[in-house]
Design a protein around this ligand. Structure first.
Ligand code: ADP
Length: 441
């Protein structure tokens, strides 16, 4: 079976968040299970060419390469991933991909940036199977009609349900794909509601017959505390305690934060409203007031948010706080290995990977019960959960976590053990996608 993934991100060469991890991880699992897989990406300037093999130009504007053995096609020439005139950029990219695409059994699209391909392909090849994975329905690719002026689009009405004067690119993907996959079962339910459908709940409900939820996996070769090249101290999943202690000491020395008897708490996140920023702030203050250390690794596309957090870091400056406002892969790995607790109080979370990676590294997640967080973290079993997006609900969960950490090591270790042992690999999701592909061919 020839599967072609088209996306705006792919780890590690073009990653902004979880979407990049998912495209790479799923493609790799499918390739390993015998499928023939190709990933098509915009050719971004930021792509580190040293990570690619067999690079050659196959036609003007189209480069063929291998990424860890997977066929990769880079199309066009783009100076950034998101921001700026992103809808026009991705519309142009979709048009270039359409001209390049030839043989495939399944065309697998990921999120709004590549959704225009669904109507573009269906208008000439109605029988060719298309799957759309919805990683985040909040981002929909709103644009004015003139963005499509140079595009030969005959099919359909892409008018945004909330604003008749603009188009909605995600809507086109939802209507013209043969199957829609939300990245967790809970999120597949949530996007049918007004609250999470973000204006597209009507379209999701109309297309409900082809909607399902498949929980993302993670690349367990990459996220492995026994072999992780970013770690100074490796440790097996069945003996987290000593490995975590050594990594914590190393991290505290590197970041120059002072050792304390309380837990090391971290947040590794894009600093965007979706992630429950006020609640992360609460968790930071709580941790400092309760004898813990707090490390924030987060970057924001929004200058106002970034400035707010920089000021916050100054206000609460202490030997027990470290804030790092950049995307830093190495620090992320060091934090997963060194931390005791990770806080993820998202307002919504389609799947979320940080809680899964954290559990694999023996870090206990404290999460708000939404989307994929609700599908993976269970209160007092492998982590701590709370429902209401309020400081009171968060603090209740933090009270429980801090109390167990300080006073009940056997229970704490049991939480770590039940979080670190399950198989989080792509195996299950790849199997589920395979049967889905079969059902629409
Ligand atoms: P989202 O896709 O909404 O950003 P996910 O939880 O699905 O959230 O995925 C986040 C991914 O990005 C994880 O691999 C996480 O480790 C990584 N990440 C997030 N912020 C940073 C950062 N500042 N530096 C390094 N990695 C980060």
């Amino acid at each position: 079976m020839k599967i072609v993934h088209v996306a705006s991100e792919c780890a590690p060469i073009a990653k902004v968040g979880g979407l990049g991890d998912v495209v790479y991880g799923l493609a790799k699992a499918q390739e390993q299970s015998g499928a023939s897989v190709e990933i098509i990406l915009p050719n971004y300037e930021l792509i580190d060419q040293t990570l690619l093999e067999d690079v050659h130009q196959i036609e003007p504007g189209v480069i063929s390469a291998k990424l860890s053995g997977i066929s990769l096609t880079l199309i066009g020439q783009y100076d950034q991933i998101y921001g700026g005139n992103e809808t026009a950029r991705f519309v142009q990219f979709c048009s270039q991909v359409k001209n390049h695409l030839s043989d495939f059994d399944i065309l697998h699209l990921h999120d709004w940036p590549v959704c225009l391909l669904a109507p573009l392909i269906k208008q000439t090849h109605p029988d060719r199977p298309i799957v759309l994975s919805v990683h985040n329905a909040h981002h929909q690719g709103h644009c004015s009609q003139d963005v499509l002026d140079d595009i030969d689009l005959l099919l359909g009405d892409l008018t945004d349900p909330r604003d008749p004067n603009r188009l909605n690119l995600l809507k086109g993907g939802l209507i013209y794909s043969d199957a829609i996959v939300a990245v967790s079962p809970k999120y597949a339910e949530e996007i049918l509601s007004e609250n999470q459908g973000d204006g597209l709940e009507g379209v999701f409900n109309e297309q409900k017959h082809k909607l399902s939820g498949i929980l993302n996996g993670i690349d367990t070769d990459y996220w492995d505390s026994e072999t992780d090249p970013y770690l100074v101290y490796h440790y097996p999943r069945d003996d987290v305690e000593s490995g975590k202690k050594a990594n914590r000491k190393h991290l505290e020395d590197e970041l120059q934060i002072q050792e304390t008897s309380g837990p090391l708490v971290c947040a590794i996140t894009r600093l965007v409203p979706q992630k429950g920023l006020e609640l992360i702030e609460e968790a930071l203050i709580y941790t400092l007031e309760h004898n813990g250390n707090f490390v924030l690794l987060g970057s924001s596309p929004d200058l106002k948010i970034q400035t707010h957090w920089e000021n916050l870091a100054k206000t609460y400056a202490s030997p027990h706080l470290h804030c790092h406002f950049e995307f830093d892969e190495k620090l992320a790995h060091m934090l997963y290995s060194a931390s005791d607790l990770i806080v993820i109080p998202s307002l919504f979370e389609p799947c979320g990977l940080t809680q899964i990676i954290a559990m694999r590294y023996g870090t206990v997640p404290l999460v708000r019960c939404t989307g994929g967080l609700a599908d993976t973290v269970f209160h007092n079993q492998n982590g701590f959960t709370f429902d209401d997006p309020t400081p009171d609900a968060l603090i209740l969960a933090l009270d429980q976590a801090f109390d167990i950490y300080s006073n009940d090591k056997p229970t704490w270790n049991a939480l770590i053990a039940s979080g670190s042992t399950p198989d989080y690999s792509w195996k299950h999701a790849a199997k589920a996608y395979k049967s889905l592909y079969k059902s629409i061919r």
